[in-house]
Design a protein around this ligand. Structure first.
Ligand SMILES: Cc1cc2nc3c(=O)[nH]c(=O)nc-3n(C[C@H](O)[C@H](O)[C@H](O)COP(=O)(O)OP(=O)(O)OC[C@H]3O[C@@H](n4cnc5c(N)ncnc54)[C@H](O)[C@@H]3O)c2cc1C
Ligand SMILES: NC(=O)c1ccc[n+]([C@@H]2O[C@H](COP(=O)([O-])OP(=O)(O)OC[C@H]3O[C@@H](n4cnc5c(N)ncnc54)[C@H](O)[C@@H]3O)[C@@H](O)[C@H]2O)c1
Length: 457
């Protein structure tokens, strides 16, 4: 059995913990798929390249709004797909080659499982004999996978998840999307712009459930004009044949579609690692349990990213990887991670950015809060953009002005939310945030300044 100073399971965010400080020791990286993990190969990056392409398509279609003569000929899907995946596939291959070229790193291609404390067995995929290795330190960064409801799985009929839909040969004629969360919102936007009819099935009464009520309500209203929505409906079974699918709902109504995208959440890959053999504890929901320094219950074993995190976001996985990289090198000076103020964004149309509490969470916590909402249509740059649906909502504690949460919908919301994220992180109250810095006129950020001023805390 080969022994390593460090073994990293998963070359997504896990790959980030290895730096040159390990160059005088022996490091193993185990990966059974492409380097770069979900984000680079089938997640954040291709989906955002596609979502921006959808935005360009919609802007051209919308040219008459700005008294510009332009005609949309359509999105050339095969060319779009090639541009996106040539770039991401190339980057993944470079990442793997880079690691293989480092003489202190051994890359194992195969599926790993624990066989004992800090000991792993790797099954190669091309019939090679399994390999057993052990590490003085082990970092588990095995990510998550799409959850697929049993009736879809058991139907034997073809379906897509986010793993496959973005590499499809042609946009579906009619795409049924199961779920109304992040992936549904982003992929519906992409394929609607590419020419597909979209039908969404979601058990809650609105899309983007879990977001602030103002965001979810307005997003659902906008989506209703573009897509066929089946809300408060449970999916019961999948029938039909490939290319002519029939989704039967709980009221016996039937949704017909040629293609199905399942976007019903993601499950930690922890259940596939035989963690009990290594003495690694898991939460009831299946995630690996870690403390705030990312240590698992097994000495010398760390975990990070979707396999353990309560927030399945790449900026969270990145932060956790940075902390693990530091903690491996500085066992007497451990850094910690907290998930209190993690901003999030949905790259759909309209875009969404959020940080902190929703209004419902303020009520649930019994906070004495005040909220202010300003429409993008009411600031100068919103006029320039002919913006009609975007807004900024800020929630603050009455009396102190402590910012409790912020929710932005509209152009560049994922970037704009950082103003509020930074203020909340550094404890800058609503009055100080509005009155101390200058706000560029007439940038779209005036919608934030005006919301802060409207709070009257
Ligand atoms: C469609 C989509 C869009 C997204 N968009 C965003 C976004 O815009 N912003 C954002 O913040 N987040 C986004 N996310 C979430 C983000 O992609 C994840 O939170 C992040 O990639 C998790 O990183 P990770 O390193 O934990 O897991 P991964 O990147 O999945 O890495 C885990 C790696 O481990 C490997 N592995 C697993 N098990 C084994 C095993 N037994 N043996 C060997 N190798 C194994 C896997 O092949 C994988 O490469 C998106 C996710 C999806 C699906
Ligand atoms: N922009 C981003 O940051 C981004 C983009 C995509 C994905 N992600 C990450 O990936 C995770 C997974 O995304 P997701 O959209 O799959 O999950 P999600 O949790 O955002 O949404 C899942 C939706 O599916 C619904 N659902 C559950 N079971 C169902 C069923 N049987 N039939 C119909 N609907 C059902 C839920 O009510 C929910 O609305 C996200 O939670 C997020 O952490 C992030």
């Amino acid at each position: 059995m080969r022994r390593f100073d460090l073994v990293v399971l998963g070359a997504g965010s896990g790959n980030m913990v290895i730096d040159d400080s390990w160059s005088d020791r022996r490091v193993a990286v185990i990966e059974h798929n492409a380097f770069g993990g979900t984000c680079l190969n089938r997640g954040c990056i291709p989906s955002k390249m596609l979502s921006y392409t959808a935005e360009v398509t919609e802007l051209v279609a919308d040219a008459p709004t700005y008294d510009v003569d332009a005609r949309l000929e359509g999105m050339r899907w095969p060319d779009v797909r090639k541009r996106v995946f040539d770039r991401t596939d190339g980057t993944a291959a470079e990442g793997e080659q880079g690691r293989r070229s480092e003489d202190f790193v051994t890359v194992y291609t195969g599926v790993a499982r624990f066989t004992g404390p800090r000991r792993l067995r790797i099954e190669g995929e091309d019939g090679e004999d399994p390999v057993e290795i052990e590490g003085d330190q082990v970092v588990v960064a095995a990510g998550s996978r799409p959850s697929v409801p049993p009736p879809v799985q058991e139907s034997g009929l073809p379906f897509h998840t986010s793993d496959t839909i973005m590499r499809i040969d042609a946009p579906p004629r009619r795409l049924a999307v199961l779920g109304g969360g992040y992936i549904a919102a982003e992929q519906a936007h992409v394929f609607h712009a590419a020419g597909s009819e979209i039908v969404v099935i979601e058990p809650h009464d609105q899309l983007l459930e879990g977001h602030d009520e103002s965001v979810a309500a307005r997003f659902t209203d906008i989506a209703r004009e573009r897509y066929e929505l089946h809300l408060e409906r449970r999916f019961e079974r999948l029938e039909g044949e490939p290319g002519a699918l029939r989704l039967v709902l709980d009221d016996d109504s039937v949704v017909e579609a040629d293609t199905l995208l399942v976007a019903t959440g993601r499950t930690s890959n922890a259940d596939r690692l035989d963690l009990a053999a290594a003495g690694i504890d898991v939460h009831d929901d299946g995630r690996i349990a870690v403390d705030d320094a990312q240590r698992t219950s097994a000495p010398g074993v760390w975990a990070l990213g979707d396999v353990s995190s309560p927030l399945q976001l790449k900026h969270v996985a990145n932060r956790e990887a940075e902390v693990v990289r530091h903690n491996l090198a500085h066992p007497d000076d451990l850094r910690t991670v907290d998930h209190d103020l993690v901003p999030s964004a949905v790259f759909t149309n309209p875009q969404v950015g959020a940080v902190g509490r929703t209004e419902q969470q303020c009520r649930d916590e019994g906070l004495d809060y005040i909220g202010a909402t300003v429409e993008m249509a009411d600031v100068a740059y919103g006029w320039a953009m002919e913006e009609r649906t975007g807004f900024c909502k800020v929630l603050a504690e009455r009396g102190t002005g402590r910012i409790l949460g912020a929710h932005i919908m509209g152009p560049q919301a994922p970037a704009m939310i950082h103003v509020l994220s930074v203020a909340m992180t550094f404890g800058i109250d609503a009055t100080a945030l509005s009155q101390r810095p200058y706000w560029v006129h007439p940038a779209l950020t005036e919608v934030i300044d005006n919301a802060l001023r409207s709070l009257a805390v």
